[in-house]
Design a protein around this ligand. Structure first.
Ligand code: ADP
Length: 750
C-alpha cells in the first residue's frame, strides 16, 4: 500500500472550478453545493442550501431530474438547462447521477442551448469509419490516436496498454510535431495507483481542463443527513489529487483527458490526451470521446483476436505444409531440418536441435552439442506428457545461465523415449530493452517509519531495464503447433516401421520359397541324371564293341559330366537344405570339435603323416551348431591344403584376442568366453594365395578360380556353404591373402 492507495481519491470534498455541483436529497432538497454558486448563478451557497430544486430550475427540468431518482444507481445522464441569473438566462450542460443517498447534479456552462446531434454524428461517424478501415491492430490503434487528436485538438494523444503487472506502455501516439515522442515508453504500475485504475473502469472518461486551477470546496463538506463525505466517483467535476498535478507538471502538461479502454471489465489501456496549456472541451465533445472509447474497446477485442488468429492461421498453414513434406520425403529427418527456417518458424524460435538416437543436429542459434545433450538429460526428467516448456530456463536449470543468450526459453518435445527422439526449440534472453519513462523505482520512497510514499518522478529520461534470464513467452498456438508436428512424426515413424515389417515378412516368404524351390529342383534333377549315368555306363560296358573310339570317348565324357553334375546338384541341395535348417546350438568345446575334423581329415588322406596342422593355443568353448561348424572347419582346412603348392604346406587354426583373456587358462584347461564381443577365428595357410579382386567372389556359389582339372577339382560350392553356415550363426566371413604366400580366412560366430 502506498500513501496514494490509502488516501481515498473518490471523496476529495471538492470539485474543479469549471462547473458547479449540487447534491440533492431524494425529495430534491439541496443538501450540499460547491462554493462557486455565486460565480455561476449569482447566489451564495447559504441562499441555496435547504431550498428545493424548483427554486433554481423550471418545472419541466425538475420533472426530468425526478426521473433519475428511479433510475439505477451509477447511470449518468445529461441534458441542457437554462437558469435565470442576475445577468440574464445562462445555459448549462446538466449532468445527473444517483448514489445510494443523493442525486448529484453537475452544471457546466455552455454557449448553446441545444444538443447538436448532427455535429456529434459527423465527428464520431467519421472517426469510426476511419478506424474500421484496418484489421491490423497497430494500425488501428494509431488511427485511434490520430482521430482522437483531431476531435479534441490536444497536443498529444497516446494509447497506453497495460501488461499483466499493471505497467503501461505507449503503443500508439499522435502529437504536435515539435514534441518529443513518447511512443514505446514504458510506465511503471505505480504511475497509476490501484484506486485510480478502479475509478477508470467505472468512470470511462476523466477530464481536467486546468491542473493549476484551484479546487472548489463543497458546502457543507459532509452530507448533513449521513455525515459522510460525498462520493464523487462518477462526478465529472471531481477534483484531482495533488500527486497527479505534480506528476503531470513534470512532463509539462496542464490539461488532461483520459478515456478508458475496458475489456471484460478489466482496464486494458487508456487513451491519454495531454495539452500544455489549459484547455476546455465541452461536455458534448467529451461524450463523443467516451463513445469512441467504447467503440474502440469493442473493436479492440475483435482486433486483438484477429491478430492472434492471423498468427494462428500462419502457423497452421506452415504446419500442414511441413507435415506433408516430411511425410512424403524418403528421409524424413532431412525434411525436418531443411529448410532450417521452417523448423524455427513453426514455433517462432531462433534455434532448434533435433536429436535422433543421440545423433544431434543443430539449427539456428543454439548452445553447443554437449550442452544440448546435458540439457536433454535434465529436461527428460521434467517432461510432462512428452512436453517441457519454459520461458526462464536458467531459473530452473542454473547451467543455462552460461548460454542464456540462446536459451532462456526452451520448448522440448519428446517424440520417443525408447528411440531417444527429441526436438528442442530455443529462444534467446529478451534483453527486454524496455524503455522506461524515467526510473520506475524513483516514484516510490520508503520513509523512515517504513511507510511507502508515492512521489512523482522528477526524471523522464529513458533508461533500460533488462528483464533477465527470461525469453518471450511461448504462446499456446506455438505449443500446439509443436505438438501437431510430434503427432505427425510419430505417425510417420510408425508407418515406416510398419512398411519395413511388411517388407521383411515378404522377404522371408520369398526366401523360403526360393529355398524350397532349389531343394525340390535339385532333388528332382538327380533322378534323370542317375538315368543318364546308368545308361551311359551300360552303353560303355555292353556296347563298346559296336562303337568306334570317338563314340566311346563321347560316352565317357557323358559319364564324367554327369558325375560332375551330380556333385553340383549335391552342393546345391546342401545349400538349399541349409536355408531351411534350424540351428541346434549348444556349448561346444572347439578343441574337441577340431580334433574330430582332423581325425576324419587324416583318415581320408594317404599322405596324412605329411600334414602339418598347427593350433597355437587351445580354442574356447562357444555356443554353436557343432555339425555345421564342423563343416566350416573341414572345408577351410581342406582348401588350405588343396590350394597349396609348397613342399611343406601347413595350416594354422586359432582366434584373435588376448592370450588368457579369451582363451584357455594357465593350465591349458578350456574356458567359456563371456565377452559380449564376437570372437574372430582364423584358418591360415601358406598356399597359393587369392588375387585381390577375387577376395569376395570366391564366396559365390560355383565360383572357382581354376580349371576343373587343377588343384584336385571341385564344385566351387564349399565357400558358399561355409558363408551360409557362418551367417546362420549371425557371423561374418572374410579373407586376407597374399599371392604366393598364403591366405587367412576369418570368421565370427555370433
Ligand atoms: P572348390 O574348392 O570346390 O573349388 P570353394 O568354394 O571351396 O570351391 O572355393 C572356391 C575357390 O576359391 C577355389 O576354386 C579356389 O580357387 C579358391 N580358394 C579357396 N580356398 C583357397 C585357399 N585356401 N587358397 C587359395 N585359393 C582358395
Amino acid at each position: 500500500m502506498t500513501n496514494h492507495d490509502r488516501k481515498p481519491i473518490h471523496i476529495p470534498g471538492s470539485i474543479q472550478p469549471h462547473g458547479l455541483l449540487l447534491a440533492l436529497s431524494t425529495e430534491l432538497e439541496i443538501l450540499q453545493v460547491s462554493n462557486n454558486t455565486q460565480e455561476y448563478l449569482g447566489k451564495e451557497p447559504k441562499d441555496l442550501l435547504g431550498q428545493s430544486l424548483s427554486y433554481l430550475l423550471d418545472a419541466r427540468t425538475v420533472e426530468a431530474i425526478e426521473q433519475y431518482l428511479v433510475k439505477k444507481i451509477g447511470s449518468v445522464n445529461a441534458f441542457k438547462v437554462s437558469i435565470m441569473t442576475l445577468n440574464g438566462e445562462r445555459y448549462f450542460d446538466s449532468i445527473a447521477h444517483r448514489t445510494e443517498e443523493v442525486l448529484i447534479l453537475e452544471l457546466e456552462p455552455t454557449s448553446s442551448s441545444e444538443l447538436s446531434f448532427l455535429s456529434f454524428q459527423a465527428l464520431a461517424g467519421e472517426a469510426i469509419a476511419n478506424m474500421q478501415s484496418t484489421s491490423n491492430l497497430t494500425e488501428f490503434l494509431h488511427l485511434v490516436a490520430v482521430n482522437t487528436r483531431e476531435i479534441t485538438a490536444f497536443d498529444r494523444v497516446m494509447v497506453y496498454q497495460f501488461d499483466h503487472q499493471g505497467a503501461g506502455s505507449v503503443i500508439a501516439e499522435a502529437k504536435r510535431e515539435d514534441l518529443s515522442p513518447y511512443l514505446g515508453l514504458h510506465y511503471p504500475a505505480t504511475d497509476i495507483p490501484q484506486q485510480a485504475r478502479e475509478l477508470y473502469t467505472r468512470c470511462l472518461l476523466r477530464f481536467i481542463p486546468d491542473l493549476n486551477a484551484q479546487p472548489v470546496k463543497l458546502v457543507p463538506i459532509e452530507n448533513p443527513t449521513t455525515q459522510q463525505p460525498l462520493d464523487l466517483s462518477l462526478s465529472v467535476l471531481r477534483s484531482f489529487d495533488s500527486c497527479c498535478v505534480e506528476y503531470h507538471q513534470n512532463i509539462g502538461v496542464t490539461a488532461l483527458l483520459v478515456i478508458s479502454l475496458v475489456q471484460e471489465q478489466q482496464l486494458w489501456g487508456l487513451i491519454a490526451c495531454h495539452h500544455e496549456t489549459p484547455k476546455h472541451i465541452p461536455y458534448e465533445m467529451r461524450k463523443i470521446c467516451e463513445f469512441l472509447g467504447r467503440i474502440v474497446s469493442l473493436e479492440l477485442a475483435h482486433k486483438v483476436s484477429q491478430s492472434e488468429l492471423d498468427y494462428k492461421v500462419k502457423l497452421k498453414s506452415l504446419q500442414s505444409e511441413f507435415i506433408e513434406s516430411i511425410s512424403q520425403a524418403d528421409n524424413f529427418i532431412d525434411a525436418l531440418i531443411k529448410p532450417e527456417i521452417r523448423l524455427l518458424d513453426l514455433v517462432g524460435a531462433s534455434g532448434a536441435a533435433v536429436c535422433l538416437n543421440d545423433e544431434i543436429t543443430l539449427v539456428g542459434a543454439t548452445p553447443d552439442i554437449n550442452r544440448v545433450q546435458a540439457l536433454i538429460e535434465w529436461a527428460d526428467t521434467q517432461v510432462n506428457d512428452n512436453l517441457f516448456v519454459t520461458d526462464s530456463l536458467p531459473k530452473l536449470y542454473p547451467e543455462a545461465v552460461t548460454f542464456k543468450d540462446t536459451t532462456s526459453g526452451l520448448l522440448l518435445l519428446r517424440i520417443s523415449q525408447v528411440l531417444r527422439y527429441y526436438i528442442l526449440w530455443f529462444r534467446p534472453e529478451v534483453i527486454q530493452t524496455v524503455h522506461w519513462a524515467g526510473n520506475p523505482n524513483e516514484s516510490i520512497q520508503v520513509e523512515a517509519d517504513g511507510n511507502v510514499t508515492l512521489c512523482p518522478r522528477k526524471s523522464f529520461e529513458n533508461w533500460q531495464e533488462t528483464v533477465q534470464l527470461t525469453s518471450l513467452p511461448w504462446k499456446q498456438c506455438e505449443i500446439d503447433s509443436a505438438l501437431a508436428l510430434k503427432n505427425a512424426i510419430v505417425g510417420i515413424v510408425l508407418s515406416k516401421a510398419d512398411e519395413l515389417a511388411k517388407i521383411n515378412l515378404e522377404l522371408e516368404r520369398s526366401n523360403r520359397e526360393l529355398a524350397s524351390f532349389a531343394y525340390a529342383a535339385s532333388h528332382d534333377l538327380k533322378e534323370p541324371l542317375r538315368g543318364i549315368y546308368n545308361f551311359s555306363t551300360v552303353l560303355l560296358e555292353d556296347y563298346a564293341q559296336v562303337l568306334d573310339d570317338d563314340g566311346i570317348e563321347c560316352l565317357q565324357t557323358v559319364v564324367s559330366l554327369s558325375v560332375r553334375m551330380e556333385t553340383l546338384i549335391n552342393a546345391l541341395l546342401r545349400l538349399s537344405q541349409l536355408g531351411q535348417t534350424q540351428l541346434r546350438q549348444q556349448q561346444i568345446n572347439l578343441n574337441e570339435l577340431l580334433n574330430q575334423v582332423i581325425d576324419v581329415f587324416h583318415a581320408s588322406r594317404q599322405d596324412s603323416e605329411l600334414i602339418d596342422i598347427r593350433i597355437p593355443r587351445p580354442l574356447p568353448t562357444v555356443e554353436c551348431d557343432p555339425v555345421l561348424v564342423n563343416e566350416v572347419f573341414s572345408n577351410l582346412i581342406s582348401n588350405a591344403f588343396k590350394y597349396n603348392d609348397k613342399t611343406e604346406s601347413w595350416v594354422e587354426i586359432g582366434y584373435q584376442g588376448e592370450q588368457g583373456s579369451r582363451g584357455a587358462g594357465e593350465a591349458g584347461e578350456n574356458k567359456t568366453i563371456n565377452s559380449q564381443l564376437p570372437i574372430t577365428f582364423y584358418v591360415r595357410d601358406n598356399g597359393i594365395g587369392i588375387p585381390e579382386h577375387h577376395l569376395e567372389t570366391i564366396f559365390r556359389l560355383f565360383k572357382r578360380l581354376h580349371s576343373q582339372e587343377k588343384y584336385g577339382g571341385g564344385a566351387g560350392a564349399g565357400l558358399a556353404i561355409v558363408k551360409k553356415i557362418v551367417e546362420l550363426h549371425g557371423g561374418h566371413i572374410w579373407v586376407e591373402s597374399s599371392i604366393g604366400f598364403g591366405s587367412t580366412f576369418y570368421f565370427t560366430l555370433k
